[in-house]
Design a protein around this ligand. Structure first.
Ligand code: GDP
Ligand code: MG
Length: 163
């Protein structure tokens, strides 16, 4: 039994950093499979003893807040449909922005399971953003640092029951 995890959230919160950490070099194995689009990167993730498919909404790098109603929304909805569970990532240093609320709404309506990750969580600069993350009403946020590999054990314990 395996599952698909989609990493969603606005640009620059650290989605691809987490994706790369979960997938490592194994992306090369799946990159040229049919059905893998340029905008949604798919890889084979390893975390602890878990193996699962992870999807990164990679096509959002160029998106702006203005394009949110269109391309970003469509891409996110597609990722959510593919996924058994969504990891919704915010930037704990920036706090919860209006754009994050749009993603939260999509996930509340469409996602089967949501895990909230407040990334860039290393250091005191993230403390206020953690409190805002709680207020999103999407459950207890994982304080994460994708760049430093922190919070991955917490992610693992959220994912274990789904495996
Ligand atoms: P994406 O647009 O959501 O895919 O975000 P990226 O993964 O491309 O990351 C955007 C920027 O945030 C990059 O400069 C990363 O190095 C940085 N970043 C990612 N994770 C962390 C983190 O945990 N802490 C800090 N301080 N920076 C991070
Ligand atoms: Mg990215």
């Amino acid at each position: 039994m395996t599952f698909t995890l989609a990493i969603v959230g606005r640009p620059n919160v650290g989605k691809s950093t987490l994706f790369n950490r979960l997938v490592g070099k194994r992306l090369a194995l799946v990159d040229d499979q049919p059905g893998v689009t340029r905008d949604l990167r798919e890889g084979e993730a390893r975390l602890g003893d878990l193996r699962f498919t992870v999807v990164d909404t990679a096509g959002l790098e160029e998106a702006t807040d203005e394009s949110l109603p269109g391309r970003m929304r469509k891409l996110t909805e597609r990722a959510v449909e593919m996924a058994d569970v969504c990891l919704f990532m915010i930037d704990a240093r920036a706090g919860v922005l209006g754009t994050d609320e749009v993603f939260a709404d999509i996930l509340r309506r469409k996602a089967k399971h949501v895990i909230l990750a407040a990334n860039k969580g290393e250091g005191r600069a993230a403390d206020a953003g953690m409190l805002e993350a709680y207020a999103l009403g999407l459950g207890e946020p994982i304080r994460m640092s994708a760049e430093h590999g922190e919070g991955l054990n917490d992610l693992l314990s959220f994912l274990m029951p789904l495996a």
